[in-house]
Design a protein around this ligand. Structure first.
Ligand code: GLN
Length: 301
């Protein structure tokens, strides 16, 4: 139900929404983000408040509905990305729903690490091969890989059929659906035919210790899928599994690349070393300086 509102009315709405946000300690920048997504107002005219001068701004629904959405954000601590149904990630606008973890800005960097990793790989032409994103969720990592490795074949696995539906939608919206094959199942289990063939495995697995999940901010703890967060007692269940299983699926020289939590890097390096099949193990920090990513290569036979 499209509605036109005056710039002044929307400016007043923004002011009220910002005040309400401050009261409950929600970032006021989220108001602008919602206005960008819903009303298509660019960030500069929000910053300069020049949208206030416009006589008409088209909204997809009445201002009262926008108020209800914002109230829901503040009262229930629903992530604004779920309410808008989208999130920016790298240069994509990705559809999200409560069936998928909201892709985080820090995870964007894993794609750049994969590109870097290829340059240092002990074998050539990895970018032409087969890559897998395990626990793809919204499809973010698979889509990022498809974009940067434009000759690779990308496989994306998720346990949740609802998540896969979102991931497929994102692939279609970005015109990348021909490049990615989707599978429902647990980790490597749908990929038996690819044993020994993968050039790279990339994953942002669940890595938060179960007991820490209730203490996360309510936006995460009460709204995001726990299957995407819960890494068992010490948070490392999935990562241990990926360390143990990937050597069966990677080709010699193939890349093993994951995201992890602050404080896990030392243990992950130790587990990779103890497994015995990996070489050139490296840790990469995220932009906040937290050791966030682990990279290794399968030893050449
Ligand atoms: N980075 C996410 C968070 O902090 C967790 C994602 C994950 O467990 N892979 O909420």
């Amino acid at each position: 139900m499209k509605t036109d509102v005056s710039g002044l009315a929307l400016w007043q709405w923004r002011l009220d929404a910002r005040k309400a946000a401050v009261e409950v300690d929600v970032s006021v920048t989220e108001v602008d983000w919602l206005l960008q997504e819903v009303a298509g107002i660019d960030s500069l005219s929000l910053r300069l408040e020049s949208f206030k001068e416009r006589s008409q701004i088209e909204l997809p629904y009445p201002l009262s509905v926008l108020s209800e959405i914002w109230q829901e954000r503040l009262d229930n601590r629903t992530p604004v990305q779920y309410l808008a149904g989208v999130t920016p990630w790298r240069n994509f606008s990705l559809k999200v729903s409560p069936a998928v973890l909201i892709p985080r800005p820090e995870t964007e960097y894993i794609i750049d690490i994969a590109v870097e990793a290829i340059k240092n790989s002990p074998i050539p032409e990895l970018e032409l091969g087969e890559w897998v994103d395990l626990g793809t969720g919204s499809g973010a990592i698979a889509l990022g890989l498809a974009e940067v490795f434009n000759s690779a074949k990308i496989h994306a696995v998720d346990y949740s059929p609802d998540a896969l539906a979102i991931a497929k939608l994102n692939a279609e919206n970005l015109g990348l659906e021909e490049r990615i094959q989707f599978y429902q199942g647990s980790w490597f289990s749908p990929l038996l035919a690819l044993k020994g063939k993968l050039s790279g495995m990339v994953s942002n697995p669940p890595y938060i210790p179960s007991s820490e999940i209730p203490q996360l901010q309510p936006e995460v703890a009460n709204h995001e899928p726990h299957i995407a967060l819960d890494g068992g007692i010490d948070g490392l269940d999935s990562i241990r599994y990926l360390i143990e299983t990937a050597p069966d699926y990677l080709r010699p020289g193939g890349i093993w690349l994951i995201e992890m939590m602050a404080g896990q890097a030392d243990t992950v390096v130790k587990l990779l070393q103890e497994q015995g099949s990996y070489c050139q193990i490296q840790i990469y920090p995220d932009l906040a300086g937290i050791n966030r990513f682990a990279l290794a290569y399968l030893k050449l036979a």
